[in-house]
Design a binder for this molecule. Structure first.
Ligand SMILES: C[S@@+](CC[C@H](N)C(=O)[O-])C[C@H]1O[C@@H](n2cnc3c(N)ncnc32)[C@H](O)[C@@H]1O
Length: 201
């Protein structure tokens, strides 16, 4: 379980102006993915924040559910979905314990969650995602790449780290360098990221 401190810290991030990742629209890389039909079936958005990607998936026909540690983010996501007339489910829930959701999914997406965890929690998170994804289902993961210079924000993830994290029980369908858009303030509109398509075996 994530600590109460972690929950409070993440909730605080949503208490003022939008944080860097909360850009008010889907990440372009995930919008392109949605256009391919990949965001389908029973879909979980892990660490959904204010819900842009859950809503994107629902608009593309998925039965979409978003979970996040932050009650503020979940309240905003519910309000956005209602305002936009989109049916999607949102819950405050720890992505390190997805097995307690009591549901399995065809697709899991992650925009910016994996890269916030330390090594131990990354391993727990990967096991947690695997526990709710059906065999043959896909996990689409968008995270900072170690090609992004500097050390502000989340940890940078190397290709090697991804291969270690998903060495057992997963097959890499694709691994692509993409941009991850952020709000103004860092002197750049986007950072270098990985988009991984991982099939649960
Ligand atoms: C960088 S933000 C990305 C949010 C959203 N996916 C987006 O693209 O706007 C990471 C999100 O993960 C959430 N989070 C952090 N740890 C979590 C955990 N253990 N379980 C569920 N959500 C978590 C945070 O509250 C935050 O909303």
């Amino acid at each position: 379980m994530a600590s109460t401190d972690a929950s409070r810290e993440w909730d605080d991030a949503y208490g003022g102006p939008p944080p860097p990742w909360d850009i008010g629209r889907p990440q372009p890389a995930l919008a392109r993915l949605a256009d391919t039909g990949a965001l389908a079936g029973a879909l979980l958005d892990a660490g959904c924040g204010t819900g842009e990607h859950t809503i994107l998936a629902a608009r593309h026909g998925a039965r979409a559910r978003g979970v996040d540690l932050s009650p503020r983010a979940i309240a905003t996501a519910r309000a956005k979905a209602a305002e936009r007339g989109v049916e999607a489910r949102f819950d405050v829930h720890d992505a390190l314990s997805l097995e307690t959701l009591g549901e399995t999914f065809d697709t899991v997406i992650d925009s910016g969650l994996f890269h916030v965890f330390d090594d131990d929690d990354q391993a727990r998170y990967v096991a947690s995602v695997r526990s709710v994804l059906r065999v043959g289902g896909h996990f689409h993961l968008l995270c900072f790449s170690d090609d992004e210079p500097g050390d502000w924000g989340p940890r940078r993830i190397s290709e090697q780290e991804l291969h270690v994290a998903f060495a057992t029980g997963w097959r890499f369908e694709s691994l692509t360098r993409v941009g991850l858009s952020i709000n103004p303030g860092r002197g750049t509109p986007s950072v270098v990221a990985w988009l991984a398509d991982l099939e649960r075996t």
